[in-house]
Design a protein around this ligand. Sequence first.
Ligand code: UD2
Ligand code: MN
Length: 287
Amino acid sequence: SSSIISISSSSPTVLPPCPADPPGLVGPMRVEFDWRRTMEDVRRGSSAGLRDGGRYSPPDCVSRHKVAIIIPFRNRHEHLKHWLYYLHPILKRQQLDYGVYVIHQHGTTTFNRAKLLNVGFVESLKEYAYDCFVFSDVDLVPMDDRNVYRCHSEPRHMAAAMDKFGFRLPYKTYFGGVVALTRAQYMLINGFSNTYWGWGAEDDDMYKRIVRRKMTVSRPDSKVGMYKMVRHTRDAHNEENPRASSQLSLTAVTMDNDGINTLKYTVKRIDKDQLHTMILVDIHAQL
Ligand code: UD2
Ligand code: MN
């Protein structure tokens, strides 16, 4: 009857779905890592519309993508500043329902990027029903906002053309830098390995898991997939993993018993900044 129709059509809380193609994208962008940039600059340029913990959803439509962005972190505040400065405006233009989770490894034991990413998956899901997870290095900023931070029908390698590799892939099966997996894709591969301590090969292990589960990797083209990395030297306590190649040769055998189903850690503290949620975690290094 007519009364039912008027109730639903006048309801102020019903938003339309966001369009499939975000209308506000600008395409290629200039990215510069200016050391004079301050956190005040970042807050001025980025905080509009954000809720506590670096959460956002479009004000005028319902996003198609609930995305947790997971950043492995220790002692890279300078890089995080640039990341937040550039990414928040981009992610808003991409009309995502998103949250930014910085997973901060406690202590000075050897760094473990992939295990931190597993922690981010579990912890972000405690807060919200995310359906897509973008795992990103803290030092990588996209140079084109058409590279949308969302998931696809196959696992996505987003950092397809980095400046440090001459804007092409270093090798065909490369899966480093920035990747996006749905919750289901991630669960199918048992998440990432927890056992790659130090620099290298954890990204190749991810790739092997994906292939092993008969999925393929999709990528943006080499224009849309352009990235700039903040120049840096190798961090202390992230030496090249001496076990990398022997571990990699066993991925197919070990992956079912090394991943999200064996993840153990202790959260020491959770801090909600307006620009991000920082989770300090003890990842139980045996050292
Ligand atoms: C490459 C890959 C990266 C990963 C790594 C091997 C690129 C752009 N990225 O990065 O995805 O596979 O090789 O492990 O090629 N981090 C800290 N503090 C530390 C150490 C690392 O925050 O002390 C985090 C941070 O987010 C950093 C990431 O780990 O961006 C990767 O470490 P990296 O930047 O030192 O290694 P890189 O550039 O060779
Ligand atoms: Mn780097």
